[in-house]
Structures are given as C-alpha cells and as structure tokens.
Design a protein around this ligand. Structure first.
Ligand code: ADP
Length: 322
C-alpha cells in the first residue's frame, strides 16, 4: 500500500508452536521496511477491547524458540457479529493501523475475511497444528506437533513391546487426518484411522490376529480425534479381538513445545511475506507454501475450498504396515 505506515499483528484461535517466530518475522520485516508495528493482545477479544501496544525490535527478541504466542490467543464469540467486527475496525483506526496480519486457523481466517469484506485489509498466515488450511501444503505448528507425537509413539512402543499390548493413541487434528497420518507413518503404526477414510473393524481385527500369529508382540494404532475417541475405539476393538488394549490420549502436549527448525523457517518466510503483501497494497490475501514456494491467494475464495489430505501417503502407510 503506497504510504503504508502502521500495521498490526494478532494471533487467534488454537495456539500452535511457531506462532512466535511468525510474530517475530512480521515485526522485524515491518521495521526493516520502516513501518510501525502494533501487537493486538488476546486475539479478536483484544482487538474489540483495544488491547493494542506498539512492538519494537526488542519486543520479539528471544522468542524464536518458544512455543505458544507472546500475543496470547483467544476464542471470541462477539467477533462473529457485525457490531464486534465494527468495534475492532474502530480500534484499529484509532491507532492509525492500516493493515492487519492474522496468524491462526480457519476460524481466525473467517474473522480476517469479515474485516476484509468491510474494507479493512488483512492477510492470513496459517498457524495451526491441524494442517487443515486450504492453499498451503503445511501450516505453522504441524511439524512440531508431529515430532511431539512421534516422540510419544516411540516411548509407548517401548512399553508396548515389554508387555505385549495393543496401544491406541488418540491424536489431535480436528476434522483433518494429517497429524494422525504423518505420525502413524513415521511412527510405524500398524493401523491409522483418519476421518477422510472409513475403517473396517473386521479388517483391523484380522490384521492384528495375523500379526500375532507370526509372532508380533505389540501393535500401535493411531486414531485421529476426528474419527472417534481413542477410548471408544479401544472398547470396540476389545469386543472384536479380546486383545489387551491400552489407550493414550496425547491431548494438549501436542500444542506446546519449542518449534522445530522447519516450523521456524516456515513461520519466518510466511510472516515476512504477509508484510510484503500489505506493502504491495494486497489485502484480503492468505499466504501459504506449495512445493517449497511461497504462494498467496484470495482469503475469501480460499475459505470456500477444502483442505485435502494426501491419500497417496495413506495408501503407502497401508502397504508398509502389512
Ligand atoms: P482457529 O482459528 O484455530 O480455527 P476458531 O475456529 O476458534 O480457531 O476461531 C478463532 C476465532 O476467530 C473465533 O473465536 C472468532 O473470534 C473468530 N471467528 C471464527 N469464525 C468467524 C466468523 N465466521 N466470522 C468472524 N469471526 C470468526
């Protein structure tokens, strides 16, 4: 935007490791281009109430390796209303802010879309462990969460071997199976249940029995939360097989931790690109990565699309776990 002087940045919705390096990139890239940057604290709740403070180079020092978000996050029902959104725009204008970077998941994108439709330019940066945002192969936080899950699977495998048990591991991901699929493949799970594909209990039971017959002492089954709870699946599996099963629900540990190098690089690239777009006068966009190249697309159109999981990886996981 010609003459752009002040931008804002906020994090919203479920937090994800890598949000901090993304904030750092936005702030430093903006200051590099002689812009002023304002942090909106507490997502859209902070936007409505005007919890907005100027950020300096030092404000984002020593955060590149930290999980969570220094700007905090929130879920804000009020922002789904026109009045809430108008209040947000008034707060931005009162601070002289002319463009906003929104780091978050698809719900946060809907908020950014609403602001854009009302004439306030926003750029969306995909930050969620779920990897469920259309228009990007990877979201910030997915790789870190994946590594957390693998670490847990490796540990569970040790005890599963000692006790000859079948372990069911429930992982996050909301309606997307990406986290379960990638974790299952890299953790060597025998079975992976994802919401994108129906499962057949008879087939799973047969496979477990066959494994048992050829001397396999333990099994790891990864269940995406979008399929059902691990406990629910465990009950059904016990009924079908009589095998001794244990369930581990990994829960919120998946959302924390120091971001991996991959997530830090991704966050740095996407955060910086979001600032470039605002400088180019392109509001209403969302940034992403496709085949290791930065891309941007219309945020309004993107939300009409659906994220698709790579079914080739699912097929491969089945072939490798016979
Ligand atoms: P995520 O961004 O991780 O998907 P949510 O779905 O909870 O998380 O969305 C985060 C916030 O975005 C919500 O609490 C709300 O303030 C805002 N939001 C979600 N949907 C809309 C919408 N349709 N219009 C405006 N704001 C929305």
């Amino acid at each position: 935007m010609i003459g752009l002087k002040k931008i804002g940045v906020l994090t919203s919705g479920g937090d994800a490791p890598g949000m901090n390096p993304a904030i750092r990139a936005v702030v430093r890239k903006a200051i590099f281009h002689e812009l002023e940057v304002y942090g909106v604290y507490g997502g859209y709740t902070g936007l409505i109430s005007g919890n907005i403070k100027k950020l300096e180079l030092g404000s984002v020092g020593d955060i590149i390796h930290r999980g969570g978000t220094i700007l905090h996050s929130a879920r804000c029902l009020e922002f789904k209303t026109k009045e809430g959104q108008q209040q947000g725009i008034e707060q931005l204008k009162a601070h002289g802010i002319e463009g906003l970077v929104v780091i978050g998941g698809d719900g946060s994108y809907r908020g950014a879309k609403a602001l854009t439709e009302q004439g306030f330019p926003c750029v969306g940066v995909p930050g969620t462990i779920d990897n469920d945002i259309p228009g990007t192969e990877f979201t910030i936080g997915f790789d870190t969460a994946l590594n957390t899950v693998i670490d847990a699977i490796d540990k569970i495998r040790d005890t599963a071997t000692s006790h000859e048990r079948t372990f069911i591991i429930e992982v996050m991901g909301r309606d997307a199976g990406d986290l379960a699929l990638w974790a299952g493949l890299s953790g060597g799970a025998e079975t992976i249940l994802i919401p994108e594909e129906k499962y057949d209990m008879n087939e799973i039971a047969t496979r477990l029995r066959k494994g048992h017959e050829r001397g396999k002492k333990h099994s790891i089954i990864v269940v995406a939360e979008g399929v059902c709870s691990g406990v629910e699946f465990g009950k059904k599996l016990e009924e079908a097989t009589n095998f001794d099963t244990r369930v581990s629900v990994l829960g919120h540990i998946q959302r924390g931790g120091s971001p991996t190098a991959f997530d830090r690089v991704l966050a740095s690239r996407l955060g910086a690109r979001a600032v470039e777009l605002l400088l180019e006068g392109k509001g209403g966009r969302a940034v992403g990565i496709e085949q290791n190249r930065l891309v941007d697309y219309d945020i309004i159109e993107a939300l009409g699309r659906r994220h698709t999981l790579d079914l080739d990886i699912y097929k491969l996981s089945q072939e490798l776990s016979i």
